[in-house]
Design a protein around this ligand. Structure first.
Ligand SMILES: [Mg+2]
Length: 326
């Protein structure tokens, strides 16, 4: 055998060895589903570990380039200690002195209760009626910052800043899909320096009388309203974001309400096989149920792929996204 042939064989063996090592390292880099990813003291439930692992493997194949996040805002980006957008506006002392304001909210809740009892309650109508109260009572642009200053604090969930920063660094788009109000979310994220180019807010935007006025009057809201029940149709409601990122086929959904899990469905115009949903479960009500709809915990375990109990940090989610984006 000639020296050239021996050299060729040795080179071939070396290439095979390098490829085997590369594949082994790649396998080792893959994260496996583990509750301890979310911190040793976290209580984490998942209805189907094998299914979660399948989704993780599928998403990892395309990494950061194929991924985007759909993230609820109130009590997901923020923790459970603060008020949600509409609650903050309703209880605001800035508006409370306006004649008829409090009475209109009381009337809204009375109608809401009546319709719930009659079985005729429609979520979208609550949003439309609430927004009409704000228009009717001349809500002004300057109230946004003033209300956040006066009625806060609205605290970010621990670890969320790291999550946003990681996604910015890896150019992973984040769609904040919220039944809250765009202008409040925008202000909070700007103050926290988290509103990067990769972040889009798909929520209810206040439309002002004249954009150039510093204290313009609220004229209307963007339409149709984004409410908890319509999050599953967010692709149709706010299509521009999804068209822009049509090449991305994998999504991680973060939320706290049972409706947030439905945001995952249809968001890619396909089955939820490429979506991984992570829920933050509020502490239980006094009667052991969860949320204002007083649902059993099992309902949340069934709705989310991964459910983190208690007002926990998002640090485990950061690790999850890091693993998926490799
Ligand atoms: Mg929420």
């Amino acid at each position: 055998m000639t020296a050239t042939a021996i050299s060729s064989i040795a080179t071939g063996i070396l290439i095979v060895c390098i490829e085997l090592v590369r594949r082994r390292n790649k396998r080792n880099r893959r994260i496996r589903w583990s509750r301890t990813n979310f911190g040793r003291d976290s209580v984490v439930s998942t209805r189907d570990v094998a299914d979660v692992e399948r989704k993780i493997r599928r998403i990892q194949k395309e990494g950061a380039d194929g991924l985007f996040l759909v993230v609820d805002f109130d009590h997901t980006v923020t923790d459970f200690s603060g008020k949600q957008c509409h609650d903050l506006i309703e209880s605001s002392t800035i508006m409370s002195s306006v004649r008829g304001y409090r009475e209109d909210w009381q009337e809204l809740w009375r109608i809401c209760k009546e319709e719930q009892e009659a079985g005729t309650y429609v979520l979208q109508q609550w949003w439309e009626r609430a927004h009409a109260i704000l228009v009717q009572h001349h809500f002004r642009r300057s109230y946004v910052a003033r209300m956040l200053d006066a009625e806060g604090p609205i605290r970010l969930r621990s670890g969320m800043r790291d999550l946003f920063e990681f996604c910015r660094a890896r150019s992973i788009p984040i769609a904040i899909v919220s039944a809250g109000i765009t202008n409040f979310i925008d202000t909070i994220l700007r103050r926290e320096d988290m509103l990067h180019d990769n972040v889009a807010i798909l929520a209810n935007e206040m439309i002002w009388s004249k954009e150039e006025e510093t204290d313009a009057r609220l004229v209307c809201f963007s339409s149709p309203a984004v409410h908890p029940g319509s999050k599953g149709q967010i692709r149709e409601l706010r299509g521009a974001f999804f068209e822009k990122h049509a090449g991305r086929r994998n999504v991680v959904v973060l939320g706290d309400s049972i409706h947030d899990a439905s945001a995952a469905r249809n968001v890619l115009g396909q089955t939820d096989a490429r979506t991984l949903s992570v829920g933050f479960l509020k502490p239980a009500n006094d009667d052991g149920t969860f949320g204002w709809r007083k649902l059993p915990k099992d309902t949340f375990v069934d709705a989310f792929d991964v459910l983190i109990e208690g007002d926990r940090s998002a640090a485990g989610v950061v690790e999850l996204i890091r693993g998926l984006a490799r």
